[in-house]
Design a protein around this ligand. Structure first.
Ligand SMILES: [Zn+2]
Length: 317
C-alpha cells in the first residue's frame, strides 16, 4: 500500500520553501550575450545550515548551489542539472543538483579533521585546497526517454568559478563568464551567481551597434566584473536594479524570473517503498539490535527510523 505524500504525517520537518524570483534570466539586445542572475535568498541559509560544516566548506557548498541553479535554468525540457566534484582533498565529494523547475539540493562529504588541519595552516583556504585533485562532472538528465549527457574534466583552477570555467572551455563550444559568491551575512548564509554566456555569432543575432561581437562580449564581461559580492548577496537590492546598474547601457532585456525551492522530497512513504524493494535477507542485514532500520537522507541530513517488523519485502511472496 502506498501512502500518498499528503497523508504522510510522519514526514519529518523538511522546509517547503519557495523563492519566487530566485533566477533572473536576461540578455543584451543586439549583442551575443545572455545571462542569469541567481539569488536564492533565505533558501541558501535554510539549506546550508542543515549541515554542520566548517564555514569554508559551507561556502563551497553555497557556491555550488548557485551555479547549478544558474545552469539548470537553461534546461529546455523536464530534467535536472547536476554538478559532482570528487577529489582527494578534505572535501572528497560534492553533489549539487537542480531541476528545470528550480528544486535544489546538495550534499557534501568532508573529513572534518582534515578540514581543521587545513584551516590551522591556511585560515582562508581556496576551493581547490578543499577539493584537492580529482574530477568535476556536469550531468544533464532529461528523463528516461532521453540520453543522459555528461561531461567530465579534471579539477583545474583555484576556485569553483575557475573549475567550472575550465569545464566550459574544454567541453563546450561557447564562452562563459561566471561569478560565484557565498558568505555568512547579517541575514544568515547567502549565495549568488552571475553567469554570462556568449551566444554563437551565427545564431540569427542582429548586431545593431558598431561594435564587433568580440567587443560586445568583452564589454559585458568587464561590466559584470564590477559586481561586488556585497551587492550580489544583498537581499535589499532587487535583481532588476542590480542588473540595471551593470548593463543599462547595453540593451538589457530582463526575462521571466524563475523560482527556486527546497528540492529534496524525501519522506517515510518514499523510503518505505525503497526498503520494500530489498529482499528479507538484505532487510535483516540492515537491521540494528533493536530491530530498527535507519535510513538517512544525506541531502536533508535527517535520519528516518523504521521498525523491521513493519517492512515486508515485496520479494517475499
Ligand atoms: Zn531529503
Amino acid at each position: 500500500m502506498k501512502t500518498p505524500a499528503f497523508l504522510d504525517r510522519q514526514r519529518p520537518d523538511v522546509p517547503d520553501l519557495v523563492v519566487p524570483g530566485g533566477v533572473t534570466p536576461f540578455y543584451l539586445q543586439g549583442r551575443p550575450v545572455r545571462g542569469r542572475l541567481v539569488r536564492p535568498g533565505v533558501l541558501a541559509d535554510v539549506m546550508l545550515t542543515r549541515h554542520d560544516h566548517h564555514a569554508a566548506v559551507t561556502r563551497l557548498a553555497g557556491k555550488a548551489l548557485s551555479v547549478v541553479a544558474a545552469l539548470a535554468s537553461a534546461l529546455k525540457f523536464q530534467g535536472s542539472f547536476s554538478l559532482q566534484i570528487k577529489g582527494n582533498g578534505p572535501v572528497s565529494l560534492l553533489v549539487a543538483d537542480c531541476t528545470n523547475t528550480g528544486a535544489l539540493r546538495f550534499y557534501i562529504r568532508a573529513d572534518e579533521e582534515a578540514v581543521t588541519a587545513l584551516l590551522s595552516e591556511k585560515p582562508e583556504p581556496s576551493d581547490y585546497d578543499l577539493t584537492g585533485d580529482g574530477y568535476l562532472a556536469l550531468t544533464i538528465d532529461q528523463g528516461p526517454e532521453t540520453e543522459r549527457h555528461q561531461g567530465i574534466v579534471d579539477i583545474s583552477g583555484d576556485s569553483l568559478t575557475d573549475m567550472i570555467s575550465h569545464y566550459f572551455k574544454t567541453s563546450e563550444q561557447h564562452a562563459c563568464w561566471i561569478s560565484l559568491h557565498c558568505e555568512l551575512t547579517d541575514a544568515g548564509w547567502r549565495t549568488g551567481a552571475l553567469i554570462l554566456e556568449r551566444l554563437a555569432d551565427d545564431g540569427g543575432i542582429h548586431i545593431e551597434t558598431d561594435d564587433t561581437p568580440d567587443d560586445s562580449w568583452n564589454t559585458a564581461t568587464i561590466l559584470a566584473s564590477t559586481l561586488k559580492a556585497s551587492e550580489l548577496l544583498d537581499d535589499a537590492l532587487p535583481p532588476r536594479e542590480l542588473l540595471f546598474r551593470l548593463f543599462h547601457a547595453e540593451g538589457l532585456q530582463i526575462g521571466q524570473p524563475r523560482a527556486l525551492a527546497y528540492g529534496c522530497r524525501c519522506s517515510r512513504a518514499r523510503l518505505t517503498e525503497i526498503l520494500q524493494n530489498f529482499s528479507d535477507d538484505d532487510l535483516d542485514h540492515m537491521m540494528l539490535d533493536d530491530r530498527l532500520i535507519t535510513m538517512t537522507c544525506e541531502f536533508c541530513n535527517i535520519s528516518f527510523h523504521f521498525q523491521r517488523d513493519d517492512i515486508s519485502s515485496e520479494d517475499s511472496d
